[in-house]
Design a protein around this ligand. Structure first.
Ligand code: AMP
Length: 508
């Protein structure tokens, strides 16, 4: 299916239903939403966008985000939503790798990207008059019919090699993920609202489909981001509000609700995932807000749909093993099979810890133009997630470790290698190792161990400024340890476990 067909059907059935809201301000009903997407598709096609062509989107959350995505799909194009928090250089690399010839950007983040774009790549500001004029173009006609294998969304994850990889999310993946939401996560009604408080370029944006199908409201907070008070107020006024939130967002929302004597009134469902949720935090969340929480575990490679821990189980305090269940990420979603395997792919016995493998229709066909990485991740018909876990007798999966040392801070993945490579560009840095350390608010924070050239000592402030020049702000180390040497094994590999142990000892 082309999601634009879902939009068109909904617009025919309930043209006057409220569709897009900036805060509480209605900007489009479904008739207008679909018409604008069709006009935009016409304008894109007139500019030469053909089925399968990539159109990059580098902008902060706003209602136009959805009009743009649907405009691209209506014309049969593939959207390349880029996290607005990325450094302009990282965004430019993604545009180039995706071979996108058109970038739609918002001025707040896009101004610095423009000069970095290659010749032949057009940039259109959604804040400028030219963007408004695109909606004057002749509409496209019926949405382009798509094969299940058509790529709709090129989703860039950070790569352990320091370069992001583009996950090809197909029409099939999106269809399955959407149906699995209805089957395993939550029902959606016409009167519901989905609120985008996390970047629409990622998981939050992927939750639009279910709500377009049902003709529900799409709400982008005025602040464009995550402000707990704003969300609690909006939910109380708009009612029946659902949202996707990283565990750290849940924690902040719950703290704010508790401190101000609120209970999350108006919030229907908070789907959390994207990083580990600590048991104490979810117990507290349910105590303050009640049964409003559902957990999912997914990754770009199998978007949002590996496992789910449903509302009843998140809220249950009577089952003899409720604690274990609550500390798990739930059971396999309807459309996938799970296997825990050793390094050779042999299935391990129940309860044993190994790598989590996933099989099913929503799994990506591979990484964009990266056959080596695809072959390493898709083996024997299974997706090798890189996450370690164990499955209990009832099918609950518990994550134990992340095999690739990824640091998850505030729900964003930070790959140490990328930070290390940026730091090693500094003349005075000889060696560096980056690890994660547990952090009460952010889940984890980045700590850098640095060996500097004794002849040219350098301090944390200078290295921090250096990072600002090379990587996204949120990836910068939050703490620095200057050491004479890094602990290494016989093969010369840095022992990151020893570094983590050292940090843990400092904390106790
Ligand atoms: P991304 O591809 O950016 O969505 O990141 C996916 C990774 O986030 C997974 O491979 C896991 O390591 C982690 N993750 C996702 N959901 C959860 C969850 N519910 N609990 C713990 N970690 C999670």
């Amino acid at each position: 299916m082309n999601p634009a067909e879902w939009l068109e059907r909904t617009a025919r059935l309930v043209p006057d239903a409220p569709a897009l809201l900036a805060g509480e301000r209605l900007t489009a009903d479904y008739r207008t939403f679909a018409a604008r997407a069709a006009h935009l598709a016409g304008a894109l096609a007139a500019r030469g966008v053909r089925p399968g062509d990539r159109v990059a989107v580098f902008m902060t959350n706003r209602v136009e985000y959805l009009e743009i995505l649907y405009g691209i799909w209506w014309a049969g194009g593939a959207a390349v939503p880029i996290n607005a928090k990325l450094h302009p250089r990282e965004a430019a690399w993604i545009v180039e790798n995706a071979e996108a010839r058109l970038v739609l950007l918002s001025d707040d983040v896009g101004a610095e990207l423009r000069p970095l774009l290659a010749a032949g790549v057009a940039a259109v500001s959604v804040d400028g008059p030219y963007f408004a004029a695109l909606f004057e173009a002749a509409p496209f006609g019926a949405p382009m019919a798509l094969d299940p294998d058509a790529m709709l969304w090129l989703f860039y994850t950070s790569g352990t090699t320091g370069r992001p990889k583009g996950v090809m999310i197909t029409a099939r993946s999106i269809e399955l993920m959407t149906l699995a939401y209805f089957a395993d996560v939550d029902a959606v009604a016409a009167g519901d609202a989905i609120l985008y408080a996390a970047p629409m370029s990622h998981g939050a944006g992927l939750y639009n489909f279910m709500h377009v199908i049902r003709g529900a409201r799409h709400v982008v907070p005025e602040s464009g981001g995550f402000d707990p008070d704003e969300i609690l107020d909006l939910a109380a006024r708009l009612r029946d509000v659902s949202m996707f939130a990283a565990p750290t967002m849940v924690k902040r929302l719950v703290e704010r609700a508790a401190a101000s004597g609120r209970n999350g009134d108006g919030l229907k469902t908070l789907v959390y995932g994207g990083g580990p949720m600590y048991l104490a935090d979810i117990v507290e969340a349910v105590a303050v807000m009640g049964p409003r929480f559902v957990q999912i575990y997914g990754q770009g490679e199998c978007p949002m749909c590996i496992t789910a821990l449903p509302r009843e189980i998140v809220a249950d305090r009577t089952h003899p093993r409720w604690r274990e269940r609550l500390a798990s990420v739930g059971r396999a979603q309807t459309c996938v099979r799970l296997r825990i395997a050793d390094a050779e792919g042999r299935e391990l016995a129940q309860g044993e810890i190994g790598e989590i493998l996933v099989r099913g229709l929503p799994v990506m066909p591979g990484y964009w133009r990266d056959p080596a990485a695809s072959a390493e991740t898709l083996k024997g018909g299974w997706l090798w997630t890189g996450d370690m876990g164990a499955i209990d007798a009832d099918g609950f999966l518990t994550l134990h470790d992340r095999s690739k040392d990824v640091v998850i801070s505030g729900g964003s993945n930070i790959y140490p290698r990328e930070v290390e490579e940026a730091l090693l560009l500094h003349d005075c840095v000889r060696e560096v190792a980056v690890v994660g350390r547990r952090h009460a608010e952010w889940g984890e924070e980045v700590v850098a161990f640095v060996v500097v050239d004794p002849a040219r000592p350098v301090g944390a402030a200078e290295l921090d400024a250096h990072c600002l020049d090379h990587i996204a702000r949120f990836k910068r180390p939050k703490a620095w340890r200057f050491v004479d040497e890094l602990p290494k094994n016989n093969y010369g590999k840095v022992l990151k476990t020893a570094l983590r142990d050292r940090l843990e000892k400092e904390d106790t």
